[in-house]
Design a protein around this ligand. Structure first.
Ligand code: ATP
Ligand code: LTN
Length: 334
């Protein structure tokens, strides 16, 4: 029964081109978990404008991202796939939660520190309160579980703290969410600098595999990936480049570390890198084909956008009304 399932919420920003990190760290787990939970998958376009966007480009990317969720294997009839900006309760709850979040908490967020140093000319208040909007996203749907990559753990902790604070004052209003981290791929590193996470905002295109890269580009980027001066395919802290490639290979094939080490015992990095590249191509090719096919069907996608926005609005408004009542806003007269 749908109603007996626990609830899952997650989202991605419609900024930049999605990378293999986004896929293995988030999207792939979303698909794995989608049967087990009652799921809401949001395109968080309101989060995107915390950095300056070109309007036409943002609209195009948001639609592409929503289509990609479906292409990756999320059934839009079973999972609620929608745009954040179509559900006004997100912004309304975020305002209320702003009043229950401390400046000191937000000042500690590493994503804020990173992004404000990258966009020093536009350190806006939205960038600062970004995690509060994220908390509102999750809490509106009373989510039990939130699958994200490791970089989002700090935001999830803040969400839990704010929810507990609110519940402490007003009673059990919000479900306290748990993060879900996949076993493999929760932090895919840059191919050019294994000390940094693979990021869609990296200025070096060779550092990331984009989900829409063609097979030749993928193979070429893996060939150029930074490794080390010996030639042993071994998972170890002193071999971060090779370990990252092993992680990618494991995530793409389901093999264990031991199996991978055995498979490439006595072989050089050349063979290994080629195999990693090919395994990634075989994961991404079907996704790309399905994306191209879905993108042609405007009516189908439009219909999903419309129906799911209504579903999301219904659920979100229920929580919002409860919260508004708790904090003391006047009742609506019907
Ligand atoms: P940016 O690098 O531009 O800040 P991003 O690549 O982190 O963006 P988001 O939209 O912020 O993209 O993240 C979407 C999801 O992908 C989040 O759950 C995040 O934790 C996950 N994710 C992002 N990068 C990685 C990575 N390198 N490894 C694993 N998961 C990742
Ligand atoms: N902050 C996240 C995106 C995001 C999100 C969410 C993830 C916004 N709202 C709610 C999970 C749940 C990011 O930058 N990856």
């Amino acid at each position: 029964m749908e109603d007996e399932k626990k609830t899952l919420f997650s989202g991605m920003q419609a900024t930049g081109n999605l990378t293999l990190g986004n896929y293995f760290g988030a999207l792939k787990n979303w698909v794995t978990l989608s049967d087990e939970y009652n799921c809401f998958y949001c395109v968080v376009d309101e989060h995107s404008i915390t950095v300056r966007q070109d309007p036409a480009e943002l609209r195009r990317r948001a639609r592409a991202l929503l289509t990609l969720y479906i292409a990756a294997g999320l059934d839009p009839e079973k999972n609620c796939i929608y745009y954040q900006s179509h559900v006004s309760a997100h912004a309304e709850l975020a305002w209320i939660l702003n009043c229950y979040t401390y400046m000191g908490e937000l000042q500690r967020m590493t994503q804020f520190k990173d992004k404000s140093s990258k966009h020093a000319d536009n350190i806006n208040a939205g960038l600062f309160t970004y995690p509060v909007l994220m908390a509102a996203d999750i809490l509106l749907f009373q989510a039990d579980v939130v699958p994200v990559g490791i970089d989002q753990m700090q935001h999830l902790e803040l969400t839990r703290d704010v929810a507990q604070r609110f519940n402490g004052i007003y009673g059990d209003v919000f479900t306290i969410p748990e993060a879900y981290l996949g076993k493999v791929g929760a932090k895919i590193m840059s191919l050019q600098d294994p000390a940094k996470k693979m990021s869609k905002s990296d200025e070096n295109p060779n550092a990331s595999i984009y989900l829409m890269d063609d097979p030749d580009t993928i193979i070429r980027k893996f060939k150029r990936a930074v490794t080390d001066s010996d030639s042993e395919v071994r998972y170890a802290p002193e071999k971060p480049g090779v370990s990252n490639l092993i992680d990618i290979y494991r995530a793409a094939t389901g093999k264990s570390i031991e199996e991978v080490e055995r498979e490439f015992d006595g072989k050089g990095y050349g063979d290994f890198k080629l195999a990693v590249g090919e395994s990634v191509v075989s994961v991404l090719k079907p996704l790309q084909d399905r994306f191209a096919e879905l993108s042609k069907d405007k009516t189908y996608i439009d219909n999903i956008i419309k129906i799911n926005a209504e579903r999301a609005n219904y659920v979100a408004t229920k929580t919002l009304r409860k919260v508004q009542k708790k904090v003391g806003f006047p009742e609506r007269i019907r």
